[in-house]
Design a protein around this ligand. Structure first.
Ligand SMILES: Nc1ncnc2c1ncn2[C@@H]1O[C@H](COP(=O)(O)OP(=O)(O)O)[C@@H](O)[C@H]1O
Ligand SMILES: O=C(O)[C@H]1O[C@H](OP(=O)(O)O)[C@H](O)[C@@H](O)[C@@H]1O
Ligand SMILES: [Mg+2]
Length: 359
């Protein structure tokens, strides 16, 4: 590689379509890679190892104290630099432990993203996933790191930072396309990862993404439910099993193109989340996004832990128009969700262990 050449990778946002958040609890999910938004990471060989702060997402220079405080209040303290650093560490450690040699010298990493922040569209893991892909090519180790393991590395980088998250986002981002995922405890314990089965993206009906430009409610609500689950709370455990079953039933519904059933499952998925997490934790704006869609008869649920909603209009274009008008009136942004086909190449696929058939 010459000094001037660079490697660039794009990772897309993702939609947790059915079964989330049971991925965090040995459940099942169906998720897809969302073409509407993406993060890009660029790696350029350089003399020193440099992690470049993003000009607007990692601001350290402000017009005034007012500007600084406003910025922290709206966007929080963190940007993408810590994510890039964490994946450097996790990748290095993994390669060292697995005796994968890293020859290539130093580099400069930079990133950009248009994924709306903290909207449950997995903006954080998109940055991490794109960086990991740059490393796989820069060090020419794509064939050494199994594709099923890559989501674990992305998750570990975020766990390093104390970000509470599950695997489904990272699987969708590593695989692309539409993926059915089974995180049953036995395989997770035995294989160290779930069973991931790509599905035909043409099975999906037209879907719509709804989100708010400036979400005021925090969707970071996993901790209490997680603690209850760890404490053996029967209601949470049985509810998570119900959510996991929705992905299983949803897979059949999609394969058989039973879209009325699919709509029912989307609604049921959110209703169970609401019972488990409670309205206060989910936040009024997030609930309103779901309700706006339901009021026109659309099926709706969160794409992740809150901030954005995915909706399906079983009655077709006239209902879509009603939904668009209702969203506009409520001040929400709505756009058709585009699905990115799988982008795994032979070198990635050859590292795949065949999935164990699921029931
Ligand atoms: N647009 C962004 N630009 C820079 N960093 C981001 C961005 N979005 C997320 N991050 C980083 O990821 C961390 C966690 O984001 P998270 O709450 O998981 O949002 P999401 O649900 O979109 O992934 C943030 O604290 C920040 O460090
Ligand atoms: O609660 C969920 O559905 C998801 O929440 C997290 O994703 P996020 O984009 O940060 O909202 C988590 O990482 C996922 O595994 C959950 O399914
Ligand atoms: Mg995230």
């Amino acid at each position: 590689m010459t000094e001037s050449s660079f490697i660039e990778h794009k990772s897309f946002a993702r939609v947790g379509l059915l079964g989330n958040p049971s991925d965090v609890y040995f459940g099942r999910t169906i998720s897809f890679s969302l073409g509407n938004f993406w993060a890009v990471v660029r790696l350029e060989p350089s003399k020193d190892l440099i992690i470049q702060p993003h000009p607007t997402n990692d601001l350290v220079q402000f017009d005034s104290l007012d500007h600084l405080v406003g910025r922290l209040e709206n966007e929080g303290y963190y940007g993408g630099v810590r994510l890039l650093m964490a994946i450097c560490k996790v990748f290095y450690r993994y390669c060292k432990e697995n005796k994968i040699e890293l020859n290539g010298g130093n580099f400069t990493l930079s990133y950009d993203t248009n994924i709306p922040r903290q909207t449950g569209l997995s903006g954080s893991s998109a940055i991490v996933c794109a960086a990991l892909n740059c490393f796989l090519d820069f060090y020419n180790v794509r064939h050494n790191i199994e594709v099923e393991i890559r989501p674990n590395l992305i998750l570990s980088a975020e766990r390093e930072l104390g970000i509470v998250a599950g695997l489904q986002d990272r699987v969708a981002q590593v695989y692309g396309g539409l993926v059915y995922m089974d995180f049953d405890k036995e395989s997770m314990d035995k294989l160290g990862h779930g069973k991931y089965t790509p599905m035909e993206i043409g099975l999906l009906p037209p879907l719509y993404l709804i989100y708010a430009e400036n979400p005021s409610d925090s969707g970071k609500v996993h901790s209490t439910v997680r603690q209850r689950w760890l404490n053996g709370d029967e209601f949470i455990i049985s509810s998570m099993t119900e959510v996991a079953d929705i992905a299983l039933e949803g897979r059949t519904a999609l394969l058989e193109k039973e879209y009325t059933k699919f709509a029912e499952l989307m609604n049921r998925n959110f209703d169970i989340r609401r019972r488990m997490f409670g309205d206060d934790a989910l936040g009024s704006m997030n609930l309103e996004m779901v309700e706006v869609a339901r009021r026109v008869g659309a099926a709706s649920k969160f794409t992740g832990s809150g901030g954005a909603v995915i909706a399906y209009c079983p009655d077709g274009p006239s209902q879509v128009k009603l939904l668009e008008d209702a969203c506009q009136k409520a001040g929400f942004i709505i756009q058709p969700a585009t699905v990115v086909p799988s982008f795994l190449k032979d070198v990635d696929l050859n590292s795949i262990c065949p999935p164990v058939p699921s029931n």
